[in-house]
Design a protein. Structure first.
Length: 414
């Protein structure tokens, strides 16, 4: 018999040990700079441990207390599911399934209505009601073709701000402040609790600690964006042909700041290419390049997965951008639940109540998670054969209703 139980601070050591065994890695050396500290971010009062009848811990899961920005710049609490692992000897026996069931019940008991995660493999979490909701990619720009075209719009003005180069360790508070302003206005973005900045600002524990920061200030000297980056070793020569400047994240509160930071990055000597991580395929930077093909989009993938734990609460929490009515018939096979809801949107706000009316769409919790932030259109999932549209106009109606003013985006790693 397997016991699934909630953890306390006393379990931290066994929890970390079990998680490392699940990933086949040894614990970090706590004496190294920053090493081990990463684990201090795990909230042990939100952990789950799977323990065998003879007392061996074989599975872990936990959740961070994040805030998530919804369409309409609404900031709500969201559980960030993390450190999920089952030791290899005990896999495919339902341990994860039991932990997910325990965790979802616990989140509901706490009154949470949304949980999110980053999936190590895309085949794991759909069965638990999570749907991919934001996507990411990277833009690789060859330095030799990196010229930015002059803007053609009559009102485009040259950047009147400035860029300063700092070390990540010396400007933490400024970064924290800029990131916080950015994420509150960006649907799909997640808060970074203060201690995350001590823990290398959301970088995976295996990432190198040091980063350069290009900090942008507006004409009044107020910081309004930054790019955190590192160069690969060496100079481009006959032996080492590729030297890459990798930008982990570009956080900009406005387009001018983003453009100035991109110009700064692309102006670097002694590199052959710049990689902008977390720059989606439709980003304006591609259009700013004089040579459109100088920017190559790659590593496109899902990023944030979303699960709704309370459908009416989640649907009424987000902002809406078109009036209308839609009846959604939602199945939640993992939790064994089913509900039919009338969603009515007026002036940016929604009401969502149980109804007996004929549905416009039938979908499951996974699909609702995918369309919730506006990053996936309902009609895409109708065409994929996952959502059922009950009449010809239903998909278009749902697309119009779920559409958002800005596409959701998340670049926080956890
Ligand atoms: C948010 C995060 O933390 S992401 C990190 C996830 N963790 C990892 O990737 C670490 C390495 N992997 C593991 O530890 C484990 O394989 C886990 C946690 C992914 C799965 O744990 P298990 O206890 O084996 O899962 P469980 O037995 O409950 O599986 C449930 C179902 O999912 C399927 N499944 C689970 N994991 C996988 C997978 N990686 N690939 C394919 N199918 C999977 C199982 O086959 C099973 O299907 P079924 O219901 O049709 O029989």
């Amino acid at each position: 018999m397997m016991e699934i139980r909630s953890t306390t601070e006393q379990d931290r050591e066994v929890f970390v040990d079990t998680f490392h065994a699940a990933f086949g890695r040894f614990p970090e050396d706590t004496t190294e700079d920053g090493g081990g500290a990463w684990w201090s971010a795990v909230e042990m009062d939100r952990g789950v441990l799977a323990v065998t009848a003879d007392g061996r811990a074989v599975g872990t899961a936990a959740a961070y207390s994040f805030e998530l920005t919804l369409p309409g710049e609404v900031v709500v609490p969201a559980a960030g599911v993390t450190v999920v692992g089952v030791v290899p000897s005990h896999r495919r026996r339902g341990v994860l399934t039991a932990m997910m069931r325990h965790q979802l019940a616990e989140l509901r008991e706490r009154g949470e209505f949304l949980s999110v995660l980053l999936a190590s493999e895309a085949v794991i979490y759909r069965r638990f009601g999570y749907g991919p909701a934001t996507y990411t990619g990277r833009l690789t720009v060859s330095r030799r073709h990196a010229e930015l075209a002059a803007p053609r719009a009559g009102d485009a003005r040259p950047d009147s701000g400035s860029v300063e180069v700092l070390r990540s360790g010396e400007c933490r508070e400024v970064l924290e402040e800029v990131y916080d302003r950015y994420r509150r206005a960006q649907p799909g973005a997640i808060s970074r609790p203060r201690r995350w900045w001590d823990l290398r600002a959301g970088q995976p524990p295996i990432a190198p600690a040091q980063r350069y920061i290009a900090l942008h200030r507006d004409a009044d000297g107020v910081p309004d964006g930054y790019a955190s980056y590192v160069l690969s070793d060496g100079v481009p020569d006959a032996v080492r042909r590729t030297v890459t400047l990798t930008v982990d994240e570009t956080i900009a509160l406005n387009d001018e700041a983003f453009t100035a930071l991109a110009r700064y990055v692309l102006g670097h000597d002694l590199i052959t290419e710049a990689v902008f991580k977390h720059v989606p395929a439709d980003h304006p930077l591609r259009w700013q390049l004089a040579d459109f093909r100088a920017g190559v989009v790659g590593a496109e993938m899902d990023w944030l997965w979303v699960r709704l734990l309370d459908i009416p609460r989640a649907l009424t929490a987000r902002g809406w951008f078109a009036d209308g009515e839609l009846v959604l018939d939602v199945d939640d096979p993992f939790l064994g639940e089913h509900g039919r809801y009338l969603l009515t949107v007026r002036d940016g706000k929604a009401e969502c109540v149980p109804t007996g009316r004929q549905p416009d769409l039938s979908l499951d919790a996974t699909d609702l998670g995918s369309i919730y932030l506006g990053g996936t259109t309902p009609s895409t999932l109708v065409r994929a054969g996952h959502i059922r549209a009950h009449h010809p106009a239903a998909a278009t109606l749902a697309d119009t209703l779920f559409r958002t003013d800005q596409p959701p985006h998340c670049l926080h790693w956890f």
